[in-house]
Each structure stands twice: as C-alpha cells, then as structure tokens.
Design a binder for this molecule. Structure first.
Ligand code: ADP
Length: 544
C-alpha cells in the first residue's frame, strides 16, 4: 500500500524562498577588516534572483557548473543559494589547492563560469589560461580590470552584471535527486575526487545540522562560519542557517587569530566551528590578549582529532568544544559528541573526547582486514564504513575499477578511518588507516600520542608519523612545535608520557620544528612530514 503523503521535491529553491521570506530580518554579516557590512536574508533573496538572471544572461542553462573561487562572504552565500536554485551546479573551488589540482578540478567538472573574489584574482590569473571550458569570470567586490582574460574568456564585474537585473526569478522545479553542488576532496592519493551533493541530500543534511543533539543551529543563533565555504560546504552551516533563520557571520579572508578575536568581540557569535588548528591559534592569542567571549557557547571542532587539552583550555574560558567527525564524502556531518544524559562530569568527559554519536540517518559499521563486521564493544578496532542519505555513493565520473573505486562496496563508503564504536553508538577514531603506526605487529595510534604530547604545557603542536625501524618495522617519530619562549627536552617529554601510554608505545624519536606542515584545509600534512623525514631534512634526536 502506498502512503497518502505528498511528494514535493526538497530543493534549494524552496530553501531560498523560505529563508528570505520567513526569516527576512535575519542577516549575513561580512567582516571587512575594520568592521562589518550587513545584508538581511530578504536582501540576500533578491540578490540571488539578480545573480540567477545574470548567469542566465551569460548562457548558464541546465546543470551547467558555476565555480566559486571565494572566501566566506555575503556574495558566496548568494551563490550558494542562486546557483542550485536555478538548476545549475555550484562548484566550490578550494583557494589553497596547488595550481595543477585547480586546473584538474575545473576542467574535470567543466565549469562554465567562475565567480572570483577580487582579493584572489592574482591566484586565479595564474591558472585561468589552463581552463578549457570556462567562458566567463565574474569579479566580486573589486575591480575587474585587475584580471586580464585569455582568449575566449570574458571578465565581468559582479556589481555591474547584477545592476538592473530583476529582483525576481522563476525558480524551476528540479528533481530532488539532481546535482546541486560539488566539492572535490583534497586528494591524498591520485587526483582530487568530486563529490556531488543533491538538493535532497543538502536538505536532509541541513535538518540534521539543526537538530539539538547535533550542531543545534537555531533561529536564535549568530553562527560564525570559519570553515571555508570551499571546504565540505562549510560543514553545512550556510544552508542550515538559511533554513532556520540563524544569522551568519562571515570572516571573509580574515582567518588569523587576531581578526577572529576582533570579529568575536564585535559580532558576538553564539556558535561556530572549525578545525583544531584554528582553535590552537586563537587560544594562543587569547592567552596573550584575554577577552570576554560571551555569548559564544558551542564550538564544533572536527576535521582532525581535537586534542583534549584544547577542550579543557576552552572549558576554562567558558566555551564548550563539541567534537564532531565527518568528511567531504559525508556532506560532511557524520557524528557529533554530545554525551548521553544523566552522566556526571567525569563520565561525560569520557564521551566528549570521542568523535561522536551517529545520528539515525548515518549507518555505521566496523570492518576487519577480511571484510568481516566487528562488534560495537568500544574495544575492537576496525575500519569505519558508513552509509546514508547524505553519504556519497560514488565520485563524479568514477570509472569502474578506476582510482577511487576501492572506496565503495556493497552500498557502503570505506572511510579510511580506523577506530572503535561503543555499544551506544559513539565513534572513537584511533587513526587514518594510512597514518597508523605498526610497531612489532602491534598498532600505535598516532592521534593518541599527539594528544598526550600536546597536553604538555610547553608544547603548541605535535604530529606523529611512523618511521622505518630495523627491529620493529616502524616506530613513532614526534615532530614538536614548542610554545613561544618555552623549552622542553625530548627526555622530559618522554618522561611526561611515561604514565600516559603503554611503555612500548613511548616514542624514542623526536624532532623539533618551527611549524607542522598543514594541508589546504589546515590539517597536519603528514605526507609532507614524511617527505621531510625521507629527505633527511629533520634534525632527529634518538633516545636510547
Ligand atoms: P581530506 O581527506 O582532504 O582531509 P576531509 O575534510 O573530507 O578531506 O577529511 C575527512 C577526514 O578527516 C576523515 O576521514 C578523518 O580522517 C578526518 N577527521 C574528520 N573529523 C575528525 C575528527 N573529529 N577526529 C579525527 N579525524 C577526523
């Protein structure tokens, strides 16, 4: 028997219409370096219509791709809404990719138009001649003359292009399964891989982002969006905020600790989210320049393991770090760590440091090397696989057996993450499968070691990689960044770990570095650290 329920498509056009009407007075605020510029959601809705009209005028039809090469700002939010709502596909381009990777993803996605922030036109100019399908570049917030176009490409000014366009657009009805937006993963092996989100997946994911035991975005929030809009859709915050009427605070290109602190002081966000390195930087800044952070409540931290020491430090500042896990392939929200009800603070803490509990829509399982399913006992370690309505089932134009095909089987996504799951559904990641250290046939979690070392007061950052060892195959090497003006010898750090990790896991190889290399999205880049080790560029102290 079929249900009697209606079956209207879940669409970005509806999200746009709803947000700009029902939450007309909510606002998006963009930091300018000295202060803020503001637009209401009603104005965003009208600007989205003007952008859609302008893009139609440039020949954007059907599911053509419109790229964005932009920071987090009002115009990027407008593009997030207008492009999918008109039936085209938004392709967010990571500003920090290597030029060859940018060329690859723009040509692979076949972008027709690119919207670019004036502040990053020099970056785009270098690669623009290598783009084979781009016909128009639209310069946002600045002078179009700054960008000279290769043959076949026309450069426009966003302001001029939108001036005089109608404030209304006849948003088409689209199939909810059709593509709305795409984002390439940074590509730790081979070329970057395209993940294509649908109208439906974005809608359902947005509802999840707003759920109380998830990121809990609500109409009373002022959400500071630090995660770049070009990375995993800014963790879903722009769409979720527009859905429920939370105001958005966009830092544009001002992502360093001092301006972030200034934005927090001026705009008083109630919630935010970002990778741990952002919070490490902000913490160091706040230690030097204390400031009142109220009303900032929850800070979602994910993207890489959040060191417990960082959570404690923010607890003392009255801000609660909520640990979450996800990946570009999962839209990205996978799990969020809000402890079960009724626990005392010590028990709750044991849950807070985990990667989080899976919501009903994200199915999870742990798999051993032979593909057998492992128990959820909080002990048994296996590779995490996930499935669900906002988990990708493939990569864009993935060929059978092609590079990346190994990530998918039986309807599940192989995450490449290794860990345990408690009986009540909390994920604890011990590593990425390629980062795990195999010492004498036993596994050492690089993440656990990093967290313990980073709890030392003299340590700002610590990254651990496995290095070849004659006796044990592999042993951990710790690359330490000391806090400014602080000292700690390897012997002292080893001593510090003595009662925290198993004796055989205590590292004997140490190196001190100015900075841990970071990926384009601010995670520890262990590939570059390994290369530095292999090329003999690290000054290593070996303790006997
Ligand atoms: P990339 O692979 O380019 O880093 P993603 O941003 O999609 O792109 O990264 C997803 C990966 O980030 C996950 O597979 C996992 O390894 C890591 N990650 C995300 N959140 C956490 C977390 N809370 N703790 C540990 N690792 C995390």
């Amino acid at each position: 028997m079929l249900s009697t329920m209606q079956d209207g498509p879940l669409s970005i056009a509806h999200l746009l219409r709803h947000g700009s009407r029902v939450h007309a007075a909510s606002e998006v605020v963009t930091w300018t370096g000295e202060g803020s510029r503001r637009s209401t959601y009603a104005e965003v809705g009208r600007e989205a219509a003007r952008l859609a009209n302008a893009l139609r005028g440039l020949g954007v039809t059907g599911d053509q791709r419109v790229g964005t090469f932009m920071w987090n700002n009002t115009e990027h939010l407008v593009a997030y809404l207008a492009v999918p709502a008109m039936g085209a596909v938004l392709h967010t381009l990571n500003l920090r990719l290597f030029p060859e990777q940018l060329t690859y993803i723009v040509n692979h996605a076949e972008d027709h138009v690119i919207l670019v922030d004036a502040s990053v036109t020099p970056l785009l100019a270098k690669v623009l001649p290598t783009f084979t399908t781009v016909r128009h570049v639209v310069v946002v917030n600045g002078d179009k003359a700054a960008l000279s176009a290769p043959d076949g490409v026309t450069v426009h000014s966003y302001a001029e292009l939108l001036a005089g366009q109608p404030d209304e657009f006849d948003w088409p009805v689209v199939d909810e399964h059709s593509a709305a937006a795409m984002c390439y993963t940074s590509g730790t092996t081979g070329n970057p891989k395209g993940v294509v989100y649908s109208h439906r997946s974005i809608w359902l994911h947005s509802m999840q982002v707003c759920m109380t035991d998830s990121m809990a975005v609500s109409q009373s929030d002022r959400a500071l969006v630090i995660v770049p809009q070009f990375h995993a859709m800014a963790w879903g915050m722009p769409y979720a905020a527009f859905m429920v009427g939370a105001s958005l605070i966009m830092p544009d290109r001002f992502l360093q600790p001092a301006p972030l602190a200034a934005i927090i002081a001026a705009e008083k966000p109630t919630m935010t989210g970002a990778v741990p390195t952002i919070w490490q930087g902000l913490l160091a800044h706040l230690t030097e320049h204390p400031q009142d952070l109220t009303p900032l409540g929850d800070v979602i931290v994910g993207g890489s393991a959040c060191p417990p020491a960082l959570m404690q430090a923010f607890d003392e500042l009255g801000v609660t770090i909520i640990h979450a896990w996800g990946m570009t392939e999962t839209s990205p929200l996978g799990s969020v760590s809000r402890p079960p009800a009724g626990l005392d603070p010590k028990q709750a803490w044991e849950y807070r440091v985990l990667q989080g509990r899976f919501p009903a829509s994200v199915r999870a399982r742990l798999i051993d090397d032979d593909g057998a399913e492992l128990p959820w006992d909080g002990q048994t370690v296996g590779e995490l696989e996930v499935a669900g309505p906002w988990v990708t089932a493939s990569y864009y134009q993935l060929e059978a057996g092609g590079d990346g095909a190994e990530k998918f089987h039986d309807g599940w996504l192989r995450t490449g993450d290794v860990g345990t799951i408690t009986p009540d559904g909390f994920l604890r990641l011990t590593d990425r499968s390629k980062d795990i250290i195999k010492s004498g046939g036993e596994w050492i979690s690089s993440v656990d070691l990093e967290n313990e070392v980073m709890a030392h007061p003299a340590v700002a950052e610590a990254a651990v990689i496995g290095v070849p060892d004659e006796k044990w195959d592999e042993r951990p090497l710790v690359a330490v960044v000391l806090r400014e003006g602080q000292q700690a010898a390897p012997e002292e750090l080893r001593e510090f770990l003595a009662d925290k990790v198993a004796k055989w896991q205590v590292p004997e190889n140490w190196t001190f570095v100015e900075e841990v290399p970071k990926t384009s999205v601010g995670k520890f880049d262990k590939k570059r650290l390994r290369a530095a080790f292999a090329e003999g560029r690290l000054d290593i102290r070996h303790l006997s």
